[in-house]
Write a protein that binds this ligand. Structure first.
Ligand SMILES: [Zn+2]
Length: 435
């Protein structure tokens, strides 16, 4: 019997975490992350760390710990993962989402890819390294957050605002939604590393007019005004805007697939990228999708106001253009307010940390090519970036070519291959040597 390796326990760690219910419906009324946090803290304490559990509200728990590096002159690296998961309808699933079953070579359950897989990989790697006395060169700050799935009020935002000391010295970070493979052919795989995220603008629109009897003439009808504004916004064709990250992704993906990259017609290039097209389509431009409409209370009463909600997403560098366009489309009769608003982030795909990610992937998969991409959604990285930390999505997984990975996020039958988890542990271990 050799020493217990991270690869040997990552599956059990992942199953244990899945079995702990930490669903987050966004109402602060669920089970919270406390039980998951206590589990994580226990696993870290077992190998000599001194984790702290920081609760932002009853049972809304975060875990933080610092591994002292061997080189005190280096900046610290933040490694973060969230402990909460989105809700599920168990009846739709092949295996119960809280059972953590292993079947067909995969660990099944809510959080298997978002993101108890990465939490387990980080725990497995850290535990192995500390058992073996292999400290990284830089300080590594481990942060397991609450509430990522509902905007981070009780998690990343709380930590950065109330406990900024946790992040002392951190200049770079790795976290979720990146580092997974997309197969080009048998021998080659692109590993998509998140280097940018779109910003978020959930807006409530309100049109105010003149109330009155439905049988009368009314040139100031709030429903008409709002409906026209929503129509203009929803049908608007947003121009293609190639950000540095998207451009680099298109260049790399085109080269790998032997497709000609035409910067003047990015959409034509994207259309030739096969399955990658779905991932990249939403990051070529800003978007604004109407999602809710509400007005009136009786068929013959013209109401004074009408409201709508819109899910807006803007590219890094194009927030100003986004709001200027939205206001122009809405016109003077419709006002907007934020339901939720958060920044876009983008960092350049270069430097020693990027080299460390690429090298650690290539060492475990000779057919690997690391490429940067832009996430159309948002993660805790937005909060951490406010502290001046540049971050990447790097939760390395080598995936089977036929697995619909992006469909797993918040999906039914969420699962992660056992081999992918073990691969991720080996890559993260190498990464911590190189980072
Ligand atoms: Zn997530």
């Amino acid at each position: 019997m050799g020493v217990l390796k991270g690869e040997d326990e990552v599956v059990e760690l992942c199953r244990d975490l899945i079995r702990i219910d930490s669903t987050n419906a966004g109402d602060n009324a669920g089970p919270g992350e406390r039980a998951a946090a206590e589990y994580v803290a226990g696993k870290l304490a077992e190998v000599g760390l001194e984790p702290r559990i920081l609760e932002s509200d009853a049972r809304r728990a975060n875990v933080v710990a610092r591994i002292e590096g061997t080189d005190p002159g280096r900046d610290a690296l933040l490694v973060h993962g969230h402990l909460d998961v989105v809700p599920f309808n168990a009846a739709d699933w092949t295996h119960h989402p809280l059972a953590g079953e292993v079947a067909d070579g995969c660990v099944w359950g809510r959080g298997a890819v978002d993101m108890k897989d990465m939490d387990a990989m980080v725990l497995a790697v850290v535990r192995q390294r500390l058992r073996e006395g292999r400290r990284p060169a830089r300080d590594v700050v481990l942060v397991f957050t609450a509430d990522e799935e509902a905007g981070g009020t009780y998690g990343a935002q709380y930590l950065t605002e109330k406990h900024p000391d946790v992040f002392e010295g951190c200049t770079e970070a790795i976290g979720e939604v990146g580092g997974f493979s997309v197969s080009i052919d048998e021998a080659r795989r692109l590993y998509l590393i998140e280097a940018a995220e779109k910003g978020i603008a959930w807006m409530k629109l309100t049109a105010t007019g003149r109330a009155g009897h439905g049988s009368m003439l009314n040139s100031d009808n709030a429903v008409t005004e709002l409906a026209e504004a929503v129509g203009r916004l929803g049908r608007h064709e947003w121009p293609v805007r190639l950000t540095p990250t998207v451009r680099l992704f298109l260049e790399e993906a085109s080269a790998a697939l032997n497709v000609e990259f035409d910067a003047g017609d990015a959409e034509a290039t994207v259309a030739k990228l096969g399955p990658l097209a779905r991932m990249i389509g939403a990051v070529l431009r800003n978007t604004a999708n109407p999602t809710m409409l509400s007005s009136g209370y009786k068929a013959n009463v013209i109401p004074q106001t009408a409201t709508a909600h819109v899910d807006g997403r803007f590219l890094p560098g194009y927030e100003e253009e986004f709001f200027a366009t939205v206001d122009e489309l809405l016109g003077p009769q419709v006002t907007r307010e934020f339901v939720y608003h958060d920044i876009a982030v983008e960092t350049s795909f270069d430097g020693p940390l990027v080299a460390a990610m690429a090298a650690s992937l290539s060492a475990e998969d000779p057919g690997a090519r690391a490429v940067p991409y832009t996430l159309s959604g948002g993660t805790d990285l937005k909060a951490f970036s406010r502290l001046g930390i540049r971050g990447f999505g790097f939760a390395p997984l080598r995936l089977p070519a036929d697995l619909d990975f992006s469909g797993m996020f918040h999906g039914v039958d969420e699962r992660v291959p056992v081999d992918s988890l073990k691969f991720g542990v080996r890559v993260l271990d190498r990464f911590l040597d190189l980072a």
